[in-house]
Design a protein. Sequence first.
Length: 223
Amino acid sequence: MPIRLVVAHHMPIVRHGLQLLLESRGTVSVVGEASDGIQTVDLAREVQPDILLIDLAMPAGGIDLLRLLATAARSVRPILLAESGDSTLGVALRAGARGIVLKQSTVAALFNSLDTVMQGEYWLIDDRAADEPEALRRMSVERRGANGNNRFRLTRREMQIVAAVADGDSNKAIGERLSVTEDTVKHHLSNIFDKVGVFSRLELAMFAIHHGLLPEGEPATGQ
């Protein structure tokens, strides 16, 4: 049975081109097209496709659209077409995206993303990820050093803890990595939460990815 897919893009010529491309392989059937986020949600409810291929920059689209889809059409698997360096990609994964394909990617990567997502895995730019935590960890690495400036007045130690949280470490594991007690880690986390305005470890991880607070090669040791 072919993959039932809806294309959501604001440009008719792009939608038509994607339909021709996707159906050329014989394993995909484009069952609908949408030009904005509202049409996308309505169409997803109506036809319940296997996959939604969505332009992240589409009007009334983006992260809010993904959150709506998560409640309106839970069985649908969204794959995003995105620009390289977009700072919202990590947030998009947490909001419900099952795959991210860069607009600069090859045709083979696009088809691989469809097959991977249909198998219950995630597709992240040019490779598969078995589950959401793995995809988020990879996105964390991708975003390290994106901005490089510490606009939130975090100390070196606090930056190390942010990196460890983004890597999925527990307070105990962070304490062992930094040779400090769990209570000390908790104290640092409380200060970090106050500085950046988040309320949980998950929000901190997503905030760090979104704002590029994970410098490439930053070691989780030292003072």
